[in-house]
Design a protein around this ligand. Structure first.
Ligand SMILES: Nc1nc2c(ncn2[C@@H]2O[C@H](COP(=O)(O)OP(=O)(O)OP(=O)(O)O)[C@@H](O)[C@H]2O)c(=O)[nH]1
Ligand SMILES: [Zn+2]
Length: 340
């Protein structure tokens, strides 16, 4: 909110991005919603990841009934993942997030490794995670799932709920959704993200037809990320179901972080211990004596490998780019020398 004071001169307005569809950006301003497009200068001067994302604060110049986005204001944080299918591209999903809710449905969608990948990436992006185990009504023993997640040792809240139960929604919403804070719901398709948002809103957003489409089965699926204002004044971004949520290597947060592993690491004999084969490794000792669950250690190694691949291919890409620039310079010089 403080951004509103920054620049009201030169007929620029501060606004926040609610949703993006193609070139159309839906913004909320002090006076209402407005559609806006990116200024050409912004597109030319920035990497696509610096283009406005849902949750960004932007400077906008009103133009007719619409607006032109002049610039993105500095982000408090950005939620990113490895772009699906690529080796090494980072994709920013949303910006300025206070906490991310990772939603998994109990039963078929429940997957501990996938959950840890989300946790790792969210923590690495400097965002507080909260795990929501939805569809608790579908399993006979929901509490055992909660315990299993808690044993992963991330010290983050784990909520057990059923989106179909209004009273349960209110209970966790009262505890975790604060006014003026921004949240994002993440998870695979069908885990109940839209049902959760609808029940928090008290009406069906999808029926407004703004950002959801019916697929061939007549089922509604969320097709774009959009930020919605909840009755209590908090804001939540409902993201379409994600098939992949790959880890990246965020600068300033190198390595894979896990609270228990980070705490034990200083006790390893070697300062640069990789916790894989070194003698005197405190992590391996903790796995042997049972204080660090095997599942945590194995996922740690797996995530470390994924991050290594991301970094390695990123380095390849940079080297290729360097070679290309060098080649382009040589061609340019050659053309200049031979004047054609
Ligand atoms: N039994 C049960 N069904 C639920 C619960 N939450 C959601 N559902 C059902 O699960 C189905 C999928 O829910 P959605 O809210 O569309 O899932 P989504 O995560 O938004 O899916 P995408 O929009 O594709 O990302 C719907 O038929 C819901 O009625 C729950 O807690 N219990
Ligand atoms: Zn070690």
């Amino acid at each position: 909110m403080r951004h509103f004071e920054i620049n009201t001169s030169r007929d620029l307005e501060a606004a926040r991005v609610l949703s993006i569809q193609g070139f159309k950006h839906l913004l909320i301003t002090e006076t209402g919603n407005v559609e806006a497009q990116l200024a050409g200068a912004l597109m030319n001067s920035r990497e696509p990841e610096a283009y406005p994302k849902v949750g960004d604060w932007v400077l906008m110049k009103p133009y007719d009934e619409e607006g032109i986005i002049i610039d993105t204001l500095p982000r408090i944080n950005e939620l990113s993942r490895k772009a699906p299918g690529t080796q090494s591209r980072r994709q920013v999903l949303a910006a300025n997030i206070d906490a991310a809710f990772i939603v998994q449905a109990l039963g078929r969608d429940y997957n501990l490794m996938r959950l840890q990948r989300y946790l790792q990436q969210i923590v690495q992006c400097n965002i507080q995670p909260v795990v929501i185990l939805n569809k608790a009504d579908l399993v006979p023993d929901p509490e055992t799932y909660r315990q299993e997640v808690q044993e992963l040792g991330y010290n983050c809240p784990v909520v057990l709920t059923s989106a179909l139960n209004q009273a349960q929604q209110e209970a966790w919403a009262n505890q975790y959704l604060l006014p003026r804070h921004t949240y994002i719901l993440l998870g695979s398709s069908g885990v109940g993200k839209s049902t959760l948002v609808n029940s928090l809103l008290g009406y069906k957003l999808q029926e407004e037809g703004a950002t959801s489409t019916a697929n061939y089965k007549g089922k509604h699926t969320t097709t774009a990320r959009h930020l919605v204002l909840l009755p209590n004044g908090s804001m939540i971004i409902d993201a379409p179901g994600m098939r992949e949520f790959g880890v990246t290597a965020e600068s300033g947060s190198e390595g894979v972080h896990h609270p228990q592993i980070d705490e034990l690491a200083p006790q390893c004999r070697f300062g640069n211990c990789t916790h894989q084969h070194e003698p005197g490794c405190a992590i391996i000792a903790a796995v042997h004596n049972g204080t660090l669950p095997k599942v945590v250690y194995h996922s740690y190694l797996k995530l470390l490998r994924e991050q290594y691949h991301f970094q390695a291919s990123e380095a390849d890409k940079r080297r290729d780019e360097k070679q290309f620039t060098k080649m382009a310079k040589q061609v340019f010089k050659h053309r200049k020398d031979s004047k054609y």
